[in-house]
Design a protein around this ligand. Structure first.
Ligand SMILES: C[S@@+](CC[C@H](N)C(=O)[O-])C[C@H]1O[C@@H](n2cnc3c(N)ncnc32)[C@H](O)[C@@H]1O
Length: 208
């Protein structure tokens, strides 16, 4: 029998935002893989676990080894379809052995928090990468939602957007620690964001 890898989205962080089906798959797992934070939140003593660290190949090797005997559940943050380990899993394993359980993305939650529809937004990730310069260009009424990281943080991204021709008084939201008790939503402008403390891992929503 072919065993399956179930890739489960655990949402943006707080347990209030995980789907019941995701929780069921996690609780039923014998083999559970995820970030150390996810394992601390969801793993139980009777489960065999492995952390996902910067050494992705180590996690892949563990999954491959366990998969020969058992189904494996892999937890990822937010939604698996949006910048997660799913892409790497698809190159390492046959897509037919993958099952995906969606989760609420941090991007969705950011737009919810500011009560703004995201159907017309351009979504991009600056997490560990820079998009080509042209994709940042200013256009009136353009809406962008961005994932950021420690290097491409709120200050740096604000500077990039000003360089790309966005007006200084462009309205932006910097959304961090979404769903957690210390969640913070800062409403500011691009020029002010270049002087305010840098927020590292967050969602930036830019309203042109
Ligand atoms: C590798 S991406 C994972 C995205 C995830 N798959 C999703 O759908 O939310 C990591 C980035 O997501 C964003 N992120 C994840 N959780 C967040 C949260 N609770 N609050 C704000 N941003 C978050 C940050 O930009 C972070 O650098």
């Amino acid at each position: 029998m072919e065993h399956k890898i179930t890739v489960v989205g655990i949402g943006p962080g707080s347990k209030d935002y995980i789907l019941p089906i995701a929780l069921k798959k996690i609780n039923e797992a014998h083999i559970l893989v995820g970030s150390s934070r996810a394992l601390a939140d969801y793993a139980s003593e009777k489960q065999k676990t492995a952390p996902i660290t910067a050494d992705i190949q180590a996690a892949m090797a563990f999954i491959r080894q366990e998969l020969s005997n058992e189904n494996v559940v892999v937890m990822v943050s937010g939604d698996p379809g949006y910048y997660s380990l799913l892409a790497a899993l698809r190159t390492e394993f046959e897509p037919s052995c993958l099952d995906v359980i969606p989760g609420i993305s941090s991007m969705q939650l950011a737009f919810s928090r500011i009560s703004f529809p995201w159907q017309n937004a351009d979504l991009m990730s600056l997490h560990g990468r820079l998009p080509d310069y042209a994709s940042l260009a200013y256009e009136k009424d353009r809406i962008i939602g961005m994932l950021t990281d420690a290097e491409h943080n709120s200050q740096r991204v604000a500077m990039l957007l000003l360089d790309a021709g966005w007006p200084q008084n462009t309205n932006i939201y910097i959304c961090s620690r979404l769903s957690y008790p210390d969640e913070k939503i800062i409403n500011t402008t691009l020029i002010r964001a270049t002087a305010e403390p840098a927020v590292r891992h967050c969602i930036m929503v830019v309203l042109g």
